[in-house]
Structures are given as C-alpha cells and as structure tokens.
Design a protein around this ligand. Sequence first.
Ligand code: AMP
Length: 290
Amino acid sequence: MTTGMAVETVRGRAGLAEKAAAWKAAGLSVGLVPTMGALHRGHLSLVERLARHVDRVVVSIFVNPTQFGPNEDFASYPRDEARDLALLSATPAALVYLPEAAEIYGAGDATRIRVAGIADDLEGRERPGHFEGVATVVCKLLNHSRADAAIFGEKDYQQLLVIRRMVADLGMPCDIYGAPIVREPDGLAASSRNAYLTTGQRAIAVRLPQTLRELAARAEEGEPIDRLAGEGVARLLAAGFDRVDYLSFRDAETLAPIATLSQPSRLLAVARLGRTRLLDNLALGPALKG
Ligand code: AMP
C-alpha cells in the first residue's frame, strides 16, 4: 500500500464531465483506463502506460452488470474500493470515476452496441451478450470522460479488437492502445478472478501459460497447428482443468481460424477450474505491424 496523497475521486457523471472540460480548456489531453476494480499489477501497468500518451489519466471502476450472463459471477465479483484507491494513489492516475449503476444505465436507458464479426466467436460464443455489454459500457465511459485515448490489456485480446472495431466504426475520436499481459512470477496471467482459486487450483492454473508457450514454440517449429490444438486441450484436461472452453490458433487481426503461421497470429485459450474461467493468449508468427 501507499503512504502518498489520496487519489481524487468522482462519483457523478456531471462532476467527471466538468473536470474533463477544465482539462481540455487548459489544453490537456485525457485518457481513460476502464476497469471493474479488484485491481492488480495488470491494471496498474495500464495506468502507467497510458500516462506516457496523455496528460491526465482517469481510471473508471465499475462492475458492469450488462456484461455478465445470468449464471455468471456479477454478485460475487470481488469489490474493494478502499484497497483499489490506495493502489491507485501510487500511480499517475489523476482521477478515479466510481459511478453508481444509475449513472451508467439511467431511467429509460435503451441503447446497446453490438459489434458483429470479431465479437461473435470465442468469448462471444461462450458468453452470449458479453461483448454487447462491454462495447456499450466502454462507449458510455469514453463519452462521460471525453477521453482522447484509452488503453486495454491484451489479456482480454478479443475485447481489445472489439473496442478497436467499435471506435473505428462509430468514428469515435479516441486512440486505443493495447498493453501486454502482466504475469505472476510463475507465468499465470494476473487476473481479479485468480482470487477465486483454491491452493490446489492455483497449482494447476500455471499449466495454462506453460502449455500455451510450449504449443506456440512447436507451432513455430512447423508442427501442424490443428494437431497441436487438440493435444493442448487433452494436456490441460490431464493437468486437472475441468473444462477447456476453447484453445485455438487465430489470425491476430481478424481472429479467423488459421492453418499456418504465415500471418501475425494469436493462440487463445480459456480453461476452467471449477466455475473460474482462466483466459490466456500469446502472440506467434510474424509480428504485427504498427
Ligand atoms: P477488468 O477489470 O478485468 O475489466 O480489466 C480491466 C482492464 O485491465 C482490461 O483492459 C484488461 O484487459 C486489463 N487487464 C486485466 N488483467 C490484465 C493483465 N494481467 N495484464 C494486462 N492487462 C490486464
């Protein structure tokens, strides 16, 4: 924790707009880091990175009900505002936006944003309605904060692509940055949901990044990727995962299934331990340009 100055907070959309307008009037650019709280080093890295691109970083903390399915963990999602604010006090964040649900989904709220194509497969297939909730809330948060830029982690790789698509299609005046996955020392991707894992499950969890790294190395050496994907699923189940929602080699820009690594590619997987879904992915093939 920190002994520094407390970070400034705002709960109302009007207060946030006022603050953003004052910054803009002073010629300062504004960036947004959207989060659902239960912050960890991954989130904090986004704040640090965005601060290199904009003058004032706003962090939003909002557990967005519309991106959770009826049988998902909205009610039990970890919430600890005091801890989150203490962590943010030690970052370059200028302001934390803590909206109530009514601030985001007010009376008569009726608009949803659906991104087709890129949002339909993988997470979109496993979690129907998820990306509609994500795109809608991100659009609202960008509007509320008047953000000139926003940053999203590659941990949720498909989400980053969905947001890029939305911003391009709607002509939103906002630069979207991606940030690399921050990992625990043993390689497990940092995640708020890691808090759900028992000690036994946590020991199994590390096999996900290990398996992906090994599959990626063998794919780079030329082994057929459809066979590797099948082997990967079997290995994860043998390691103790309860289910593998998907493990798939994809085009890094379109997420279309691929047969070879001739283009920038991504290996994406979700494996479950009990009810906890662990997401991970890594880049392979030629590097993406730009
Ligand atoms: P969440 O609070 O889960 O909605 O995540 C908020 C943002 O943090 C999203 O852009 C995530 O992709 C990003 N994020 C979550 N975990 C990580 C991580 N381990 N490394 C980098 N970014 C992350």
